[in-house]
Design a protein around this ligand. Structure first.
Ligand code: FES
Length: 379
């Protein structure tokens, strides 16, 4: 026997459930206590919902990135995927308004003598509305030309009343020097970008942390895409400039690197190293101390993204724990030819390493003892 069903925007004939298709999943009394739960029908994970006395059953894997729909919250008649909040009708499986072409397989449910039975045969098949790929998701392919330099200033300040930043000033010196030698160089000031803090998708599941970043894909207003574009697709040499704030790098630095988890996570979930032959160095300045801790954290982080470092990968300046006369600190940096020369030499070292790396073919990433360990296969 056959029935008619909507799917993929057209009316299709679907076979009717036979007695062999029905599968007992438990008692009505027990299964009606939770609005949403994951159940198994044969070997398939099903998102079972219960609302206003009616059960619904759709496939447990989200159309987007496979998130567990059986762990959704209910929003009216829709299941909200716990990973990135796509919505699917809890009975019909269709996406929310405007996304009805996105369909998760749906299954018939019936109650019999106090028991709940779900058909193992979907009455609607999975269908995916075409979503244009995000521009960042393209395969990184280096355009020819001499190494390109990206400076990332992580200094925070009031944009209406700019002030002198020692780390940014040295970064400007380095970029200017690179330009004078015929290299393209870009400055990215994080304080001029509006971007959200990492919202912890990785904490839900490694595969929930996607490339491009889930936030970048969902929020067209988020401007961290400019950093991703420069890092993954455009640049070869990166100089990260940061002040020292209570012994650590700046708050904007940490806000940025938390959002870069998606780059490292590609090694884990997709065996994909997005940053090949990328050189990173740093400029670290502060009135007081802890240069080594800031440098250690920064180099450790970019090492796990797969970046390389020139010999002596950072320059730094601080006047010491007891130095509270910050005016003199600024004056020192402004007038120090030693530091300005150091900034020029830093970018030279980065360019020289990049030129050597670009002439080689990267080898596959080692896994043993590294953070990017392969994930166990889960059923
Ligand atoms: S919204 Fe479900 S996996 Fe992304």
């Amino acid at each position: 026997m056959w029935t008619l069903a909507w799917g993929s925007s057209k009316l299709r004939a679907m076979p009717l459930d036979t007695e062999e298709d029905w599968h007992d999943i438990g008692s009505v009394e027990e299964l009606s206590t939770k609005p949403v739960q994951q159940v198994m029908v044969r070997s398939v994970k099903i998102a079972l919902s219960y609302k206003d006395g009616v059960f619904g059953a759709i496939h447990g894997a989200c159309n987007h990135a496979g998130g567990p729909l059986g762990k959704s919250q209910l929003d009216g008649e829709y299941l909200v995927c716990p990973w990135h909040h796509w919505k699917f009708h809890r009975i019909g499986g269709e996406g929310e308004r405007g996304f009805e072409e996105d369909v998760v397989p749906a299954y018939h449910v019936r109650e019999r003598e106090g028991r709940v039975e779900v058909s193992s045969r979907p009455h609607k098949k999975r269908a995916k509305k075409p979503h244009a790929p995000h521009p960042l998701s393209r395969e990184p392919r280096r355009e020819p030309g001499p190494p390109r330099i990206v400076g990332i200033s992580t200094t925070a300040m009031n944009p209406d009343y700019p002030r002198y930043s020692t780390s940014e000033a040295l970064l400007e010196t380095a970029l200017e020097h690179a330009r004078s030698k015929g290299h393209e160089a870009r400055m990215l000031r994080l304080r001029e970008l509006s971007f959200r803090a990492c919202e912890g998708y990785y904490s839900k599941a490694a595969r929930a942390c996607t490339w491009p970043c889930s936030i970048t894909q969902m929020d067209p207003e988020d401007q961290l895409d400019r950093v991703y574009e420069a890092l993954v697709h455009w640049g070869d040499v990166f100089i990260v400039a940061t002040p020292i704030r209570w012994g650590s790098a700046s708050s904007l630095y940490f806000k940025m690197i938390e959002r870069m988890n998606c780059i490292q996570n590609q090694v884990t979930i997709a065996d994909r190293v997005l940053l090949q032959n990328k050189v990173v160095s740093a400029i670290i300045t502060g009135g007081q101390d802890n240069v080594q801790a800031v440098a250690g954290q920064l180099l450790g982080f970019f090492a796990e993204l797969g970046c390389q470092f020139p010999q002596f990968p950072y320059i730094a300046h601080s006047r010491g724990w007891t130095a509270e006369d910050m005016e003199r600190n600024m004056q020192t940096v402004q007038t120090s030819e030693l530091l300005a020369g150091g900034a020029r030499e830093l970018v030279d070292r980065g360019i020289e390493l990049a030129e050597r790396l670009l002439a080689t073919t990267p080898s596959p990433p080692p896994r043993g003892g590294r953070k990017g360990r392969a994930l166990p296969v889960v059923g």
